[in-house]
Every structure is written in C-alpha cells, then in structure tokens.
Design a protein around this ligand. Structure first.
Ligand code: SAM
Ligand code: DTB
Ligand code: SF4
Length: 331
C-alpha cells in the first residue's frame, strides 16, 4: 500500500480560531440547507484544513472481548444481554504486536486497541501500557479505548507513548439515558477532560441508527463541537446490527442522504477534526461513501473485521479509494 501514501495538510493544532459556541438551531439550519449549498460549504472548509484527496487508515483490534459490566443497549459485548458472544481475557502482548505489524503491512498508520471494560484495573492498565509502547516502536500512531479513566491512569498511558484515546459521547444528552444507565454522559465527559489534560489526543464521536431523532444526532455533534477543545478525531458509527440487544428493537437505518448531511455538519462544526466513517460502512454503497468523503469524512477503519462485527473487505476499500483517486495519508 506504500504507493497510496501521501502527506496530510492541516490538523496540526488548534491555534486557528475555531468556534465552540454552536447552537442547536445553527446546526439544524446547516443540516437543512439545500444539499448543494451544504456540500459546497463543507467541502470549502475541508479544503481549507485538509488535503481532500487523503484519508487516514486506522486498524482496530479487540484486545479484550465481551463480558462488559456496562449496559450500553447497542453493544454485543455487554454482559447484560444474550448476544451469543463468548467473553475472552486480555490478549497477550506478543499477539497484539503481531496484529499491529500485519495492520501496518496492510497500510494502516494508526492501531486502535479496544477493551470491553467499564474502566481498566490498574494491573490490566500496566499490560496495556506495555502494548502501547511496543506498537509505538513499530512506528504506528497508537489509540486505545478502555472505558472510563482517572487522571492518573491517563497520565500512565501518556507516559507509555499513547497518541489517542477513544471515548465516545455516543448520542445526544436527551437520548443518552435511553441507551445507557450504568454510567452517565457526564462520566464520559470527565474522562475526556482527564485525557485532554494529560496531552493525549481525543477521539470522540458516537452512533447513529439506534432509533434516535435527527435532532439527537445534531445534539451529539453540538456537544462535541462545544467541548473546551474539539476532539482531534470524530468517529461516526452507523449502528452495526447485533441480535439480542435492546437497540435491535428500536433501530432504524438512517436515510443515506441524511448520513451525508450529518458528515457535512460535523465538518463545518469541527473544521480541523478528522471525521471517521467508522462502523456500519458494510451497509453503505460505494456512492454513499464517496459522497461522505466529499462532505468531509477523511478517515476509515481498514480490515475485514471491527471488534465483533464485519467491516468491508480490505480489497474492496483499496479498490474504492483508487477509483476515487484518494490516497492513504502517511503517519
Ligand atoms: N468499552 C469501551 C467504551 O465503551 O468506551 C471501549 C469499547 S466500545 C465497543 C467503543 C465504541 O464502539 C462505543 O462507544 C460505541 O460508540 C461503538 N460501538 C459499540 N458497538 C457498536 C455497534 N454495534 N455499532 C456501532 N458502533 C458500536
Ligand atoms: C468507534 O467509534 N468505533 C469503533 C472504535 N471506536 C472502538 C468500534 C466499532 C464497533 C462496532 C461493533 C463491533 O464490531 O462490535
Ligand atoms: Fe462495555 Fe464499551 Fe460495549 Fe458499553 S460500549 S457495553 S462500555 S464495551
């Protein structure tokens, strides 16, 4: 994949003035613009901040699968629901590093390690810190998502060389209690603040297609865009179907044009954030993904699986990017 690599412009800091006082009404007005006007605005902002022909390729590995004590109503890994998933222990470091090497050889520049925890125990965190240091030594950007962190835990991850922490706000404040009761949105925001204070870059986004209203999706973006500092990465996940979880009863696949509109609003509200088309690309046509790139998406997960669900085949993605003349950014 080395022939696909280039360099990226932008996202070098937030020294440029960016707004953090967006209102819901403004987000709704943007979302409701005539499509051509919305895409033109988003694409102009995208070009001011990024090379529009580059995307970031990230790779994902579940280092600790299933048996999670949290009750997130969308998640295959919650112990509250019978999803048929077998819980596994934390992986061995050698296996994680071998997976990172394979991901690097397949063109990924960032390696994201995910654990189905409410929050890490200190002895598990030691092991994850060692994994982070080893993956970093391969020359990849590192990201972990381990649940809620204390400030001290964030500091230890930073010392280990962690680049990004993923912790999603998931949905709007209004819809939050409908999908999670074992922790609050404020708990999540507190973890984001600990991570940011330690100088780790923040990756935070959410899920659409769980039965929420368009207003909830925009409320989620406004929440992210009004944080003290914008997230560096914003993953937009389309709910990946899981049998046996409560969301299976309420889910509604968003209208594809509304997905593009949402990506465009994310780009306009958070001009310097990398916006990732995250879970759910297996439900998207090539044309829909192309429109999302036009609207400002510039990152995706490459690899045939996500955590417990499917992602498009790597060959399919390589072919799609090549047809669009999009190349992978170098780390
Ligand atoms: N336990 C940690 C946490 O919740 O932050 C890390 C892992 S958790 C699987 C990471 C994120 O994946 C969730 O916050 C959610 O946004 C997303 N996610 C989980 N299940 C999903 C699904 N079925 N479809 C789409 N996104 C999902
Ligand atoms: C994020 O926002 N999406 C990724 C990553 N962060 C950890 C997870 C997607 C999970 C999709 C469902 C699954 O495979 O279990
Ligand atoms: Fe656990 Fe994270 Fe899944 Fe929630 S989203 S059940 S915290 S793994």
């Amino acid at each position: 994949m080395s022939g696909l690599q280039g360099t990226i412009r932008g996202n070098v800091g937030q020294e440029q003035q960016v707004r953090r006082d967006w209102t819901r009404a403004e987000a709704e007005a943007l979302h409701g613009l005539p499509f051509a006007d919305l895409i033109f605005r988003a694409q102009s902002i995208h070009r001011d901040n990024f090379d529009p022909n580059l995307v970031e390729l990230a790779s994902l590995l579940s280092i600790k699968t299933g048996g999670c004590p949290e009750d997130c109503a969308y998640c295959s890994q919650s112990a509250h629901y019978d999803t048929g998933l077998k819980a596994m222990r934390l992986m061995e470091q050698a296996d994680v590093v071998a997976a990172a090497k394979r991901a690097k050889d397949a063109g990924a520049t960032r390696f994201c390690m995910a654990a189905a925890w409410r929050s890490p125990k200190d002895r598990d965190l030691d092991r994850v810190c060692d994994m982070v240091s080893e993956v970093k030594r391969l020359g990849m950007e590192t990201c972990v998502t381990l649940g809620m962190l204390t400030s001290e835990q964030a500091e230890r991850l930073c010392t280990a060389g962690l680049d990004f922490y993923n912790h999603n706000v998931d949905t709007s404040p209004e819809f939050y209690d409908r999908i999670i009761t074992t922790h609050t949105l404020q708990d999540r925001i507190n973890t984001l603040a600990h991570v940011r204070r330690q100088g780790i870059k923040v990756c935070s986004g959410g899920i659409i297609g769980m039965g929420e209203r368009v207003e909830d999706r925009l409320g989620m973006l406004v929440l992210l865009a009004n944080l003290a500092v914008h997230p560096d990465s914003v993953p937009v996940n389309l709910w990946n179907e899981i049998d046996g979880v409560p969301v299976a009863e309420t889910a509604e696949r968003p209208d594809p044009i509304e997905v593009v509109r949402l990506i465009a609003v994310a780009r306009i509200l958070m001009p310097r954030a990398v916006v990732r088309l995250s879970a759910g690309r297996q439900y998207m046509t090539d044309e829909l993904q192309a429109l999302c790139f036009l609207a400002g998406a510039n990152s995706l997960f490459i690899g045939d699986t996500l955590l417990t669900t499917k992602n498009p085949q790597r060959e399919h993605d390589v072919n799609l990017l090549s047809r669009l003349g999009i190349v992978a950014r170098a780390s």
